[in-house]
Design a protein around this ligand. Structure first.
Ligand SMILES: NC(=O)c1ccc[n+]([C@@H]2O[C@H](COP(=O)([O-])OP(=O)(O)OC[C@H]3O[C@@H](n4cnc5c(N)ncnc54)[C@H](O)[C@@H]3O)[C@@H](O)[C@H]2O)c1
Ligand SMILES: O=C(O)[C@H]1O[C@H](OP(=O)(O)OP(=O)(O)OC[C@H]2O[C@@H](n3ccc(=O)[nH]c3=O)[C@H](O)[C@@H]2O)[C@H](O)[C@@H](O)[C@@H]1O
Length: 346
């Protein structure tokens, strides 16, 4: 494992953070916490918005270009006095007055981020630069949703935050992996150079209701296939592993990180590790025992194993996931059946 002293030291910035709006300290006017969620119309973002809106002291602004997200995910909040939805691409500057920024905007599914790789890089680099510029101007705290893909095809297992990763810089996944690595670099440079309050979450595979049907990610693919009675497509060799975190656990982890004192990066994920064959067998057992499991071709640079070391999240945030994969998968079923217009096949 590479020695990564930088991971521990970056709290010690000399510069004071920029001053938040004077209203924050007003004696007579107590404003709500104004929170920007970029990518809030997407899968994780919309669940995060639901949770943030539960707190009556929060005002939530979502900025999203709807590339992989949808207004449907937010329909219960449209028209709510504490909620605003802006069609906006983060590669363009955004002028809003906020206290916190959850910066999620970025396609997450490999088929979407590979669809227009140059745009994916721009979203990660220029988009993060713009959101950091906004954080600097208004004195907001900013949280980046980075990814376990910064570890690439990891040579250390499970992956602690101190591991620097094994990433192909010129492969078809690089627009995402390297884009997020640059986004992390930008976060720390703004922190050290300008005193911005930053938080970095390294998210491991997350699943749950509202994932795009057929967006190519393995859990949504298998559930949709099982409900349609189609074969579950396990990409070879099938022994590659992933660790799957239910979305409600993820959202709690992100909020804890934002509210705490740690910059991160901190792994947020569920350490339960499964091969893709094991996942297919579980979906078959729980959703539709009549479907076949079919081996199909894989895509280049697919990481062979992935499992978070969540010691830091446990110790520093007091966070750990609660929902086991076996309990989480059935929680997606109803949402997928409704959207697919099918009933359970048994
Ligand atoms: N879901 C996972 O397993 C996972 C794992 C690691 C990291 N993440 C990160 O978490 C975040 C959310 O992931 P998700 O699974 O909800 O994905 P998602 O694709 O459902 O959501 C991403 C959202 O960002 C929006 N978006 C994309 N490009 C944009 C742009 N240029 N300007 C404005 N909006 C833009 C999309 O329209 C969508 O609403 C992403 O940053 C992703 O990299 C997710
Ligand atoms: O956790 C992460 O950091 C990243 O996880 C995902 O990346 P990946 O793990 O490759 O996600 P999937 O596309 O769901 O693939 C997982 C595994 O399932 C396999 N797979 C996928 C789809 C399928 O139909 N069958 C199948 O066996 C793939 O070969 C791969 O080994 C996404 O790239 C990002 O959302 C996220 O940043």
């Amino acid at each position: 494992m590479a020695n990564n002293s930088a991971n521990g030291d970056h709290q010690a910035t000399k510069k004071p953070p920029p001053t938040p709006s004077p209203l924050r300290f007003s004696k007579f006017f107590q404003p709500n916490m104004r929170i920007l969620v970029t990518g809030g119309a997407g899968f994780i973002g919309s669940h995060l918005v639901d949770k943030l809106m539960e707190n009556e002291k929060n005002e939530v602004i979502v900025a999203d270009n709807y590339f992989t997200g949808s207004k449907d995910n937010l329909k219960k909040w449209i028209g709510h006095p504490r909620f605003e939805l802006i069609r906006h691409d983060v590669t363009e500057p955004l002028l809003v007055e906020v206290d916190q920024i959850y910066h999620l905007a970025c396609p997450a599914s490999p088929i979407f981020y590979k669809h227009n790789p140059v745009k994916t890089i721009k979203t990660n680099v220029i988009g993060t630069l713009n959101m950091l510029g906004l954080a600097k101007r208004v004195g907001a705290r900013i949280l980046l949703t980075s990814t376990s893909e910064v570890y690439g095809d990891p040579l250390v297992h499970p992956q602690p935050e101190s591991y620097w990763g094994n990433v192909n810089p010129i492969g078809v996944r690089s627009c995402y992996d390297e884009g997020k690595r640059v986004a992390e670099t930008l976060m720390f440079d703004y922190h050290r150079q300008h005193g911005i309050e930053i938080r970095i979450a390294r998210i491991f595979n997350t699943y749950g209701p509202r994932m795009n049907i057929d967006d190519g990610r393995v859990v949504s693919n298998f559930i949709a296939q099982a409900l349609r009675g189609e074969p579950l497509t396990v990409q070879v060799p099938g022994t590659q592993t992933r660790s799957f975190c239910f979305v409600s656990d993820m959202v709690n982890g992100l909020i804890r990180l934002m509210e705490g004192e740690q910059t991160g990066p901190i792994n947020i994920g569920n350490p339960g590790e499964f091969t893709m064959i094991e996942l297919a067998e579980m979906v078959k057992e729980l959703i539709n025992p009549n479907v076949e499991i079919k081996m199909v071709e894989n895509t280049p640079d697919d990481p062979r194993q992935r499992k978070p070391d969540i010691t830091k999240a446990k110790e520093l945030l007091g966070w750990e996931p609660k929902v086991k994969l076996r309990d989480g998968l059935p929680l997606m079923e109803e949402d997928f059946m409704l959207r697919l217009g099918v009933s359970k096949k048994k």
